[in-house]
Ligand binder design. Structure first.
Ligand SMILES: [Fe+2]
Ligand SMILES: [Fe+2]
Length: 267
């Protein structure tokens, strides 16, 4: 079984900056590689309505492909992020609806998740991370995502849900998917506070602890726009973002970038 993986497509920004039909090119690339499953680990675009429309479009155009999705922070940009979360559940392949068995052996479990500052550097308080402001930069989620509860409480709710699903599927090989980063190992520390301060918003160590506790075989995530595919703590870890044009792309051609970025694995 072939599984394609991509995150952080950021259709809105990338379309605007390149002029290219990002989803159309993605469809072409998928049609060429012919995977059985396509896992999108968040940040399809900004806002739930647009993300949902793009997911439905892609699924309609490739009816034989099983598209699985978790939201990113950008997909939840809305005046009410709880509402945005629920809106995105309308997409059948949203893993927030529950685990998906691929076959007798493999199951995919996931949800977008959030961050609880467990990757936050020392010297700052929870209040400072919660305000999300360092010097003159404010973390965009503070302006565009609106949860009724604080970040830590929001993250804990995801963790509880994920643990319940994981505990019920231990007999299978598990692929765990989140948008946010599960291990500090993948969070870059640059010794530059204007960067490192925002590591608090990269994810949660607790996701990684769950992955270890339940012996997941593969961990797929996104959010950090750096591509990784390596074994860490015995888990096949894959972070495979498309990222922003131009500074995070390797090619000037959207077609070439999408084609080369799409990761295909076999199980
Ligand atoms: Fe992103
Ligand atoms: Fe993100």
């Amino acid at each position: 079984m072939k599984i394609a993986i991509l995150s952080d497509i950021h259709e809105g920004l990338n379309h605007k900056k390149t002029g290219a039909d990002i989803v159309g090119l993605l469809k072409e690339s998928l049609a060429q590689h012919m995977p059985d499953v396509f896992i999108i680990s968040g940040d399809m675009t900004a806002g739930p309505e647009k993300s949902l429309a793009l997911l439905k479009q892609l699924q309609n155009e490739l009816p034989d492909l099983q598209i699985l999705f978790v939201h990113g922070n950008h997909d939840l940009y809305h005046e009410d992020s709880t509402n945005a979360y629920e809106k995105l559940l309308e997409f059948k392949g949203n893993l927030g609806n529950g685990p998906v068995s691929l076959n007798e052996e493999w199951v995919v479990i996931g949800d977008g998740g959030w961050y609880d500052y467990t990757f936050g550097i020392e010297g700052f308080t929870e209040q400072e991370f919660s305000a999300g402001r360092f010097n003159d930069f404010t973390w965009p989620d503070k302006a565009y995502a609106h949860w009724p509860e604080d970040d830590v409480t929001v993250t804990n709710k995801y963790l509880t849900k994920l643990e319940s699903w994981l505990s019920h599927h231990q007999e299978k090989n598990i692929i765990l998917v989140s948008h946010f980063v599960p291990f500090a190992h993948f969070v870059q520390v640059k010794k530059d506070l204007s960067w490192d301060f925002f590591n608090a918003m990269m994810g949660s160590k607790e996701i990684g602890k769950l992955a270890e506790k339940y012996g997941v075989k593969k961990m797929i995530f996104g959010h950090i726009h750096t591509r990784y595919h390596e074994e860490f703590k015995g888990i096949d870890c894959i972070c495979n973002p498309l990222g922003y044009y131009p500074h995070e792309w390797r090619s000037n051609s959207a077609q070439e970038e999408i084609n080369s970025a799409l990761k295909i694995i076999e199980i």
